[in-house]
Write a protein that binds this ligand. Structure first.
Ligand SMILES: *Cc1c(COP(=O)(O)O)cnc(C)c1O
Length: 377
């Protein structure tokens, strides 16, 4: 079985972790955490970075430090991971789901006018699968309406929108360092900002909300979201090669695209670029065309599993998540048909950074064979 993700751990990565263990700084405090925060902040041109235990915590923490009250509305794309919705549900915020664009799979700014209400206070944007979202439209809209912008850049580390790093543009931005991300610490995340007050609050809530002048006294309920120094040591080594990582992702995607080109239009891909910003192909994702001969992505994935190629389905649209029934109100804007289409017909193929390129060729040719047969070609 060719696994959907194979991380790349180099000798330098291993040396960095061993050095950390030898030095004895292993908790969520100390110089290794500070260095990793500084390295991530520098990589995305931010003043402040706060390391946390994963990308989902990063989103929770990002929402926690903003001045939001239960009942406030937050606009977000329906085509996203549950981690984008979870903070809203935990805090009693009202999700307002908007659709994504059919070509970019990113939040469609054309939907925003119908999403806004006097209660809207924030907007969450995701750079889906490594393609930068339309930040110029989104930021202009947010500014016009006085909204906070939370930028989830977990899939776009090392990528840019019009020369600005993804993760540098929202009031607050988040990253994940999960095993399949461009920079990994196994599990890990980061919250970044330029505002010193937001930074202070994030540091406070990450560490159980200890009062700065009297530890073990609490005026607020915080969390333990600390990242360990051992994980940060891995990240410090990984982040040095983020540019090569992006180049490798693109090279892997190019191999699949070339092999599967003859199957279009039964297979569609995310846009190659948006507004001059090239896709970073965090995953090699594709969507079945209407006449593909397959019922849905689940069917293709079952066939590919049998043939030895690992796959993952796309996100399930957030507006259709069963758990919403257990929470307060939410709003939907328009038909959300593109999010539903992607959720039903989309899947992605193995593209781990630790995968040798001949394995990529092998996975691509097996995929081509399985798909061509199913498509009757
Ligand atoms: C991976 C990811 C997350 C969640 O990160 P974890 O570290 O797995 O909690 C959140 N948002 C996006 C866009 C992601 O890709």
């Amino acid at each position: 079985m060719i696994p959907v993700n194979t991380p790349e751990i180099t000798e330098s990565d291993i040396a960095s972790v061993i050095q950390c263990l030898k030095d004895g700084w292993i908790s969520g405090e100390g110089p290794v955490i500070a260095s990793f925060e500084a390295a991530v902040a520098a990589s995305v041109h931010r003043q402040y970075a706060v390391a946390v235990s994963n990308g989902s915590d990063a989103l929770d923490l990002a929402f926690m430090v903003l001045d939001l009250k239960p009942g406030d509305e937050v606009i977000l794309p329906s085509f996203a991971i549950i981690s984008c919705l979870a903070p809203l549900l935990r805090m009693g915020l009202v999700p307002v789901f908007v659709d994504v664009d059919r070509q970019t799979w990113n939040l469609d700014p054309g939907q925003l006018v119908d999403a806004i209400s006097p209660k809207t206070k924030a907007l969450l944007v995701v750079h889906t699968y490594g393609l930068a979202a339309d930040m110029s439209q989104i930021l202009a809209f947010a500014e016009e309406h006085g909204l906070w912008v939370i930028e989830d850049a977990a899939e776009a580390h090392g990528l840019y929108f019009e020369g600005k790093p993804c993760g540098s543009m929202g009031h607050i931005s988040t990253f994940s360092f999960y095993a399949n991300k461009n920079v990994t610490t196994g599990e890990g995340g980061m919250v970044l900002m330029n505002d010193p007050q937001l930074h202070e609050k994030a540091v406070y809530f990450r560490n159980l909300a200890f009062l700065p002048n009297r530890r073990f006294v609490h005026e607020d309920l915080g969390w333990n979201m600390r990242l360990s120094s051992v994980q940060a040591a891995l990240g410090l080594s990984q982040i040095k090669r983020v540019e090569q990582t992006v180049a490798k992702r693109r090279a892997i995607a190019a191999i699949y695209k070339e092999a599967l080109q003859p199957l279009s239009p039964n297979l569609t891909w995310q846009a190659e670029s948006f507004a001059g910003n090239d896709n970073g192909y965090w995953v090699v994702g594709m969507v079945l065309g209407q006449e593909s001969g397959f019922q849905d992505a689940q069917q293709v994935m079952a066939e590919l599993t049998k043939a030895g190629v690992g796959t993952r389905p796309f996100f399930f649209p957030l507006h259709n998540q069963p758990l919403l029934a257990k929470f307060g109100p939410s709003r939907k804007v328009g038909s959300l048909q593109n999010s539903e289409w992607l959720g039903e017909q989309g899947f992605y193929l193995p593209n781990g950074l630790g995968m040798p390129l001949d394995k990529v060729h092998e996975a691509a040719s097996i995929t081509k064979k399985v798909l061509s047969e199913g498509m009757g070609l």
